[in-house]
Every structure is written in C-alpha cells, then in structure tokens.
Write a protein that binds this ligand. Structure first.
Ligand SMILES: Nc1ncnc2c1ncn2[C@@H]1O[C@H](COP(=O)(O)OP(=O)(O)OP(=O)(O)O)[C@@H](O)[C@H]1O
Ligand SMILES: [Mg+2]
Length: 332
C-alpha cells in the first residue's frame, strides 16, 4: 500500500510529509515557468537559483499568495512535481491530505483536488490549517475544553478556537510575515527614498524587527536611491521598523481578540487556563508573543516547531482519517 502524503502549500514554504517518514520536502514556494511553452521549469530552491539569471520567456513566480492558490494551471504542474519528489517513499496512488486556509473557497479546494488526482493521488482530503496546527501542537481538540491556535504565516494568519474536535470560531486574516517585509520596504521608500528588495527587508526584520520594543537598536541598510538609482546606505532604527509594521501587527491582534470575544463565555474561560498556542514563521517576530499575551490577557505558548507544526498535525490526522471524509469540521 502507498504511504499517505501530507502537504502544506504555504505562501513562503511548501512542506510535504510522508506517513511513517516525516517531512521529506521543505522548499520555498517559488516556481520558474517557461512562458513560451507554458511549462514548469523548476520549483523551490532550484527556481530561486534561476532568479535573475534567466532571460526573456522565463518568469519566477509565487504560486501561492496570501495563503491562496494564485494560478490554478501552475498548481497542477507543482502538484506533479511534489508527488514526483516523494515517489521514493510513496509509490502507487497515495492519499494526499492538504492543509487549507480557513478562507479557502470551494473553487480552491476543487483545484487542489484535481491537481493532485491528475498528479497520481488516489484520493485528496483537506484539513483546515487551524485544526492541523492544533493537532501538531499536541492539543487534544476532541475534549469539551476549548483550545486556541494562532498561525502567523508569510501571507495569512489563521486563528481558531477549537472544542469537541471542531472549530468554534475562526478567522483568516490575509496578513503575515511577508506583509511586515513590505511595510519595511515602504518605510525605506517613504522616509529614506531608498528602494530595497523583499529579501533585504526580510533581513532587516530578522535583525531588528520587533512587535514590542524594549531597547532601541540600529542597522545599516543598502539600497538604490529612488530617483538616481545610485547605491547608497542609510541607518534605520528598531523603533522606525516597529512603527512601520505596527498597523499590520495590530490588525492581527484585533482579529484574535474578536475571535475570543465571539466564543461562548465558558470556552473563553478555558482559554485563560489553557493558554493560546502560537505557530507559523511569522510568529517568530521578536516580541510578537508578548504583544499577543498583552492584547488578549491570555498566556501565550510558542509551539515547538512553529513552521512545521501544521504539516506535523496533518500527518497525525492522516493516521486517524478514514479515506472518505475531509477533516473540515465546524461546530455551532
Ligand atoms: N525569526 C524570525 N523572525 C521574524 N519572522 C520570521 C522569522 N523566521 C521566519 N519568519 C517569517 O516567517 C514567514 C514564513 O512563515 P511560514 O513558513 O509559516 O509561512 P507559510 O506557511 O509559507 O505562509 P502562509 O501560511 O501564510 O501561507 C516569512 O515571512 C519569514 O520572514
Ligand atoms: Mg503556513
């Protein structure tokens, strides 16, 4: 029998795990496409390697934007590539369990279903990101006690209060770490008349980005002058960066608070005791957990492996999933 395959097709990273084996693919979600022949040339690190080196008809594209499939044709080609990459561990026609955003439409689900079936999957199932994260965090969501997860990805934040095996309240906010990078790019253009690329902005975020500034710090940034195009450098402070990111951080915090306030009071009380589980690479922003705890009044636990938590949960889910149902359960 073929080993089952769990897929977390994220805005920044694509993770594929095989049952009994663990994560076997961890690649940036980037594709190199031959526009002339409408063909996928490379995916992941191989595609990143082609960036800036290919001429004319080759484009480097991101197949997932804000947690949603951006190009359905490309999805089919990427699905084929992913199943080819796991062929060593999963021969035959595997069951594929895809993590999907709580905001995924039926069109998106059908596109994933078709793409993986065309790629050779025997069946395709779905699990909502919040459910996968909760399972991957070790939460016992079948209990009548409420749990809460917040997964801050690169382009989407998935928020969920869960009890009795399903989602009680949930929200999907199209903001993540990539939007923090974009805020830093805008800051450089507006206040310093400097153009920087997204990788430089991400580097600034890693170096001094913070959602809770305790001590100021500075970093030198190189970029191109907006009008002359000449390379020059400026010094940017942690406070500048925090102020630029603040509206996006606040948007996420506001959505978490409304998810809590719209849950039944007894469940909200459980959350005070159990705490809130924070996952996703975007949650690694310095001080984010502290801001979240302060905004909600609920203790925050950063999960053990924030970026792999969802796919790990999907693997656990596959072990119990019948081959006929999707794990998309809502209560109340
Ligand atoms: N130490 C860190 N500090 C701040 N941000 C970080 C850190 N490590 C990773 N990130 C950010 O985490 C994001 C990637 O997270 P993740 O892999 O969970 O996203 P994804 O699953 O691909 O996206 P999504 O779930 O939104 O579709 C990137 O924006 C990256 O810059
Ligand atoms: Mg994700």
């Amino acid at each position: 029998m073929s080993a089952d395959v769990a897929v977390d097709f994220g805005t920044a990273r694509t993770l594929v795990a095989v049952s009994g084996r663990g994560v076997v693919v961890d690649e940036p979600t980037i594709a190199a496409v031959d526009l002339g022949r409408n063909r996928l040339l490379a995916f992941g690190t191989d595609a990143v390697g082609l960036r800036g080196r290919c001429a004319g008809e080759v484009a480097i594209v991101r197949p997932v934007r804000h947690g949603q499939l951006a190009d359905l044709d490309l999805t089919s080609a990427v699905a084929k590539e992913l199943l080819r990459l796991v062929r060593t561990w999963s021969v035959g026609q595997p069951m594929v369990l895809c993590c999907v955003s709580g905001a995924a439409t039926s069109v998106q689900r059908r596109a994933l279903d078709r793409a993986f079936k065309e790629a050779g999957a025997g069946s395709v199932r779905f699990v909502e990101q919040q459910v996968a994260v909760a399972l991957g965090s070790g939460l016992r969501i079948e209990e009548p006690v409420a749990s809460m997860v917040v997964d801050v990805g690169a382009g989407m934040t998935e928020i969920g209060v869960l009890a009795l095996g399903g989602l009680v309240t949930q929200a999907s906010v199209p903001i993540g770490g990539g939007d923090f990078d974009e805020a830093i790019q805008r800051l450089c253009a507006r206040d310093f008349e400097l153009t920087i690329d997204s990788a430089t902005a991400e580097g600034i975020k890693y170096a001094i980005g913070s959602a809770w500034v305790e001590e100021d710090d500075k970093v030198e940034v190189r970029g191109r002058d907006v009008s002359s195009g000449i390379v020059r450098s400026v010094v940017i402070s942690r406070t500048d960066v925090a102020d630029a990111m603040a509206p996006r951080v606040d948007h996420i915090l506001g959505a978490v608070v409304s998810c809590i306030t719209s849950a039944p009071p007894d469940l909200a009380n459980d959350l005070l005791n159990r705490g809130l589980y924070l996952a996703g690479g975007g949650a690694l922003l310095t001080g984010f957990g502290k801001r979240l705890a302060s905004a909600t009044g609920i203790p925050v636990h950063l999960v053990e492996d924030p970026e792999r938590c969802a796919v790990a949960g999907a693997v656990l889910c596959m072990a119990t999933l019948g081959h006929t149902e999707s794990v998309s359960r809502r209560r109340w």
